[in-house]
Design a protein around this ligand. Structure first.
Ligand code: CTP
Length: 442
């Protein structure tokens, strides 16, 4: 398409952004004109405008000193400013909450593969050249005289049309191994094919040990980003085919059981979110738990350590394996179970672990009646028993002359069990029962 027509098109696309953003971009374009510097919208938002996908992450890059431009804008608008000088980037937060990231165009030299890059200023083309894929290496100029001009030196627009993911040069994955995961993420998200040379480079980079050099948090970030996408199961299949799961732990190799579990996870999550929307579910974490569901405790512990997961994430992940399989089996069985027994099985589980119990039950129970039993029991627990409490507390036990100690918990647990099982229904009844139990322990 001739340049004029392309620019006409991108100008139209810019209008798809919310009015507030368009207006701000125009004002920033004018400020850049006043300073005589180039200003560009870059990265994912440009790609998504061309794809007609919603994305309001405003990433700007300044041909020159982004930080001093950001400072100026901050003063003019009374916006908040966070500086990341090591990367010559700044984040502006406007009074209405709108966030804008401003960087300086730069070229990079990677001191060491997998390390964070050293930064030097450069032209906008050089800035685009350091990026991961052609579809992410486009910029739209915002200076008013060139408003809407598309800079696309590597054919990103053509690749978007051909649904193709392509790196800009042969060292891309070596320069930044997180791109190995980003390639999978974008290919899956957009349904793009990975261009053959890029696929070869990807396979080669995956065979080397580059990923092992990523820090725990950086690797975790990429894994969770994949799990946040719409079809994490497809991404996991690619991770397996490329033998990338070994970087989480050398002994993860999902078999048919795990495949089946991953296959029922979308329906499990869907059902959970329809019925128990108020019980938050960390979906990406649940996917990672399912991925590890048929591994041993040491493999789970090793993965937690490798990814340096937070305490909450680790606590959930510890339920991924055998423990939830056993609970799913018991809850699907035809054994008689009192509500209190079910409560004791489930009460310490984070929501993701309860959801995993449901998914495991769906896969492993061969009979519909087992699945129905499991669903009934989980529903009762989540909607009712989970919220049950005793009316008396430790203080009441003290009133009865009992000295605090481990037996307090025993008595309170016992009272809760009797409530759950319907043996105690009224507060007065519970008090009497507590008095009797207190006597036994005094
Ligand atoms: N980028 C890159 N290499 C990376 C990470 C980022 O080249 N390892 C560049 C790409 O140009 C990318 C931009 O930085 O478009 C912004 O990165 P990020 O916000 O992570 O990605 P998006 O493309 O915006 O993707 P998403 O839609 O998932 O946020």
């Amino acid at each position: 398409m001739p340049e004029m027509a392309t620019n006409q098109l991108t100008r139209q696309l810019l209008r798809r952004l919310p009015q507030r953003i368009v207006q701000l971009l125009r004002e920033l374009g004018r400020s850049a004109d006043e300073k005589g510097i180039g200003l560009y919208l870059v990265g994912g938002v440009v790609r998504d405008l061309l794809l007609n996908r919603r994305n309001w992450d405003v990433d700007l890059t300044v041909e020159g000193d982004g930080i001093s431009f950001a400072r100026q804008v901050t003063n003019r608008y009374g916006a908040g400013l966070a500086l990341f000088e090591r990367f010559s980037t700044a984040r502006l937060v406007f009074p209405d909450g709108l966030k804008v990231d401003i960087a300086s165009t730069r070229r990079e030299s990677y001191a060491d593969p997998a390390a964070l890059p050293d930064v030097m200023t450069g032209s906008v083309e050089e800035d685009l050249f350091r990026r991961d894929f052609t579809i992410n290496a486009m910029a739209i100029q915002l200076n008013l005289a060139h408003w809407g001009a598309l800079r696309d030196p590597f054919g990103g627009r053509e690749d978007l049309k051909d649904k193709t993911l392509r790196v800009l040069h042969g060292r891309s994955f070596v320069d930044d191994p997180t791109r190995i995961f980003r390639a999978i993420r974008f290919a899956e998200r957009f349904g793009f094919r990975i261009e053959p040379d890029t696929a070869r480079l990807l396979a080669r980079a995956s065979r080397t040990n580059l990923v092992a050099r990523l820090s725990g948090p950086r690797l975790a970030n990429e894994i969770f980003a994949l799990m946040k996408e719409e079809h994490p199961d497809a991404a996991i299949r690619r991770l397996r085919r490329l033998r990338l799961l070994r970087f989480l732990h050398p002994r993860i190799s999902p078999g048919i059981q795990t495949e089946r579990l991953l296959a029922v996870l979308p329906q499990t999550i869907g059902a959970w979110e329809r019925r128990w929307a108020e019980l938050s579910l960390d979906r990406p974490l649940l996917w990672v738990m399912a991925l590890l569901a048929h591994t041993s405790a040491p493999v789970i512990a090793g993965t937690i350590q490798r990814l340096q997961l937070s305490a909450t994430e680790s606590r959930a992940l510890e339920w991924a394996g055998e423990k939830t399989s056993r609970i799913a089996k018991i809850l699907s069985s035809d054994a008689f179970l009192r509500p209190s027994q079910i409560y004791r099985l489930l009460s310490r589980l984070p929501n993701e672990a309860v959801a995993l119990v449901l998914a495991k039950g769906l896969v492993s129970s061969s009979k519909a009646v087992g699945i129905a039993r499991l669903k009934r029991r989980l529903t009762r627990f989540l909607e009712c028993d989970r919220l049950t409490t005793t009316t008396i507390s430790g203080d009441t036990l003290k009133e009865f002359g009992l000295r605090p100690g481990p037996h307090f918990k025993k008595i309170l647990d016992r009272l809760l069990d009797e409530r759950l099982d319907g043996r105690i229904t009224a507060a007065a009844e519970e008090r009497d029962r507590a008095r009797t139990l207190a006597k036994q322990y005094s």
